[in-house]
Design a protein around this ligand. Structure first.
Ligand SMILES: N[C@@H](CCC(=O)N[C@@H](CS)C(=O)NCC(=O)O)C(=O)O
Length: 219
């Protein structure tokens, strides 16, 4: 399988699928398509049908939508617990994945993932407070109910979907409750996430629209 990803420092959607595939030891070759530089979009469109990352290509099957990719991988590798094995938990995990796929716009808009940056205090809390409170309401009951350290005990696709939130909270120094802080630490400690993070730190490219310290984006 071929997985097309964006810059590791910034690409939240790529991170989710890459970490999931790496964690569950699914065979794939990653191809990085930069989200910056001249003609980046044309280059992306030349490499993938939709001009988006992540794009997963498995022979003639080409998918560029994260939820569809996750479901495809879950079916292709039924021996890997991509979703919890319990039916109720599986439904809840899918619900949590859908919520972050289609929500938390204030956090996404105002606190773009930027793994190598340390921008504590740079984003006014008022801009993201509602989203942070919604995150607490949504995730903490699952964290308190289970044995941890992940939402349903061991790592699953729902956790992959929330990994960029862990990154945002750390980069911008947002305050979160203890259960959420512990959960985000578990995500950072996951070997697959740590590998992605280490590779992100080696990148030097800047995506101005996602970098609050870059002059063009501070307008
Ligand atoms: N709905 C897509 C979103 C993917 C997405 O927005 N990817 C960004 C990079 S993180 C992208 O390809 N941006 C290129 C563009 O918007 O032109 C998914 O779930 O995978």
């Amino acid at each position: 399988m071929d997985l097309f990803i964006g810059n590791r420092n910034y690409s939240t959607w790529s991170l989710r699928i890459w970490v999931l595939m790496r964690h569950f030891d699914m065979p794939f070759t990653a191809h990085m398509l930069r989200l910056d530089g001249p003609d980046w979009k044309q280059k992306m469109c030349a490499a993938t049908p939709g001009g988006m990352v992540p794009t997963l290509a498995d022979g003639a099957i080409v998918l560029d939508e994260s939820i569809a990719i996750i479901e495809y991988l879950a079916e292709k590798f039924p021996d890997r617990p991509v979703w919890p094995t319990d039916r109720g938990q599986r439904a809840e995990a899918r619900m949590l994945a859908a919520r972050v796929h289609a929500g938390f716009y204030a956090l996404r808009e105002n606190a773009p993932m930027n793994l190598r940056a340390s921008l504590s205090g740079r984003v006014p809390h008022s801009l993201v407070q509602e989203d942070l409170e919604a995150l607490e309401r949504l995730l903490v009951p699952f964290l308190e109910k289970g044995a941890g350290p992940f939402l349903f005990g061991s790592f699953c696709a729902a956790d992959a979907m929330y990994a960029p939130m862990a990154a945002r909270v750390r980069t911008y120094g947002f305050e979160v409750s203890e259960p959420l802080a512990e959960y985000f630490s578990a995500i950072f400690a996951l070997p697959a996430f740590a590998e992605w993070h280490a590779d992100a730190l080696k990148e030097s490219w800047v995506v101005p629209r996602d970098d609050l310290d870059y002059p063009e984006s501070s307008a």
